[in-house]
Design a protein around this ligand. Structure first.
Ligand SMILES: C[S@@+](CC[C@H](N)C(=O)[O-])C[C@H]1O[C@@H](n2cnc3c(N)ncnc32)[C@H](O)[C@@H]1O
Length: 271
């Protein structure tokens, strides 16, 4: 079997995934708080937390505001990072373990949410479907896998939202989530550079992702031409225009006012 785990640097930063935490608290609160049957034991696993477990601890705090008893497991391929985090930050509900994509969770530790941010930047994109399958294996049906990339401080972020189906072990490529905090201005192409690994080379004529960016660019230009030139306004005003031409664009006021676009095309995100 091919080794899917590839060693990478551990760069991370406090606050990098805070916007994603806010999104998940807002739109996945049912998933974060479910307690029936196996869900009572279901963990949040943060895979590849980096040289310091800042993002894991921040997410633990955000999610526990909804579910105080939530068990959180930080996973690292780098044994020393896992040991150091465990020494300093482990407690009764917070674990740090050495491991790779085949997550080090026991048979009594199903997952409700698995997050793998900023660790698939290297290696062949062809391995990604297998990585997604492996990461989603411990998820309970309807559980969520979040996999994507961001810049170093989280100002620009794009992530796959993959849902574990009730049957079958291939997660459904439900949505692509785009976020910016506008500190770098805004144009749709800003987000192209932070697409998840398997989509980065797919913005070529004839590909669905190319059509998506073309349509978003046209919607953004139309918003600017109508006088909405400030980046947050141009972003928010581009969304209903884009939704008029492209199926699956969420038109939710919280999303647009917080710099999020969620695209859930019928049939899922094209592979
Ligand atoms: C760039 S850091 C990202 C840290 C954090 N997730 C963030 O977004 O800021 C990537 C970390 O993922 C770890 N990593 C890479 N591949 C992994 C794998 N297959 N399983 C677990 N950890 C992995 C690396 O050791 C590294 O510490």
């Amino acid at each position: 079997m091919v080794d899917l785990d590839i060693r990478t640097r551990g760069r991370t930063a406090p606050g990098r995934l805070r916007a994603l935490d806010a999104y998940l608290c807002r739109f996945e609160s049912a998933l974060l708080t479910r307690e029936d049957d196996a869900w009572a034991r279901a963990v949040f696993a943060d895979v590849g937390f980096g040289e310091h477990p800042w993002t894991t601890l921040e997410s633990a705090q955000a999610f526990r505001a909804l579910n105080p008893g939530l068990t959180v497991v930080g996973v690292e391929l780098d044994a020393e990072r896992a040991r150091a985090a465990a020494r300093t930050h482990a407690d009764a509900r917070t674990w740090f373990r050495e491991g790779g994509f085949a997550l080090p969770l026991g048979p009594d530790e199903p997952a409700r949410l698995v997050r793998a941010m900023n660790l698939l930047r290297q290696g062949p994109p062809e391995r990604i479907p297998e990585v997604h399958r492996t990461l989603s294996r411990p998820l309970l049906p309807t559980g969520l896998l979040v996999e994507g990339s961001s810049d170093t401080d989280g100002a620009v972020l794009v992530a796959h939202l993959l849902r574990r189906a009730p049957d079958g072990d291939t997660p459904v490529r439900e949505s692509l989530l785009f976020h910016t905090d506008f500190s770098r201005g805004f144009a749709p192409l800003l987000l192209r550079d932070w697409l998840p690994r398997d989509l980065r080379r797919r913005v070529r004529p004839g590909e669905p992702l190319h059509a998506f960016f073309q349509a978003w660019e046209a919607a953004w230009k139309a918003a600017r031409a109508a006088g909405h030139t400030a980046p947050p306004e141009a972003f928010a005003e581009s969304l209903p225009r884009l939704a008029a031409t492209m199926p699956g664009i969420a038109t939710d006021a919280w999303l647009s006012s917080h710099g999020f676009l969620r695209w859930s095309p019928p049939g899922g995100i094209p592979p």
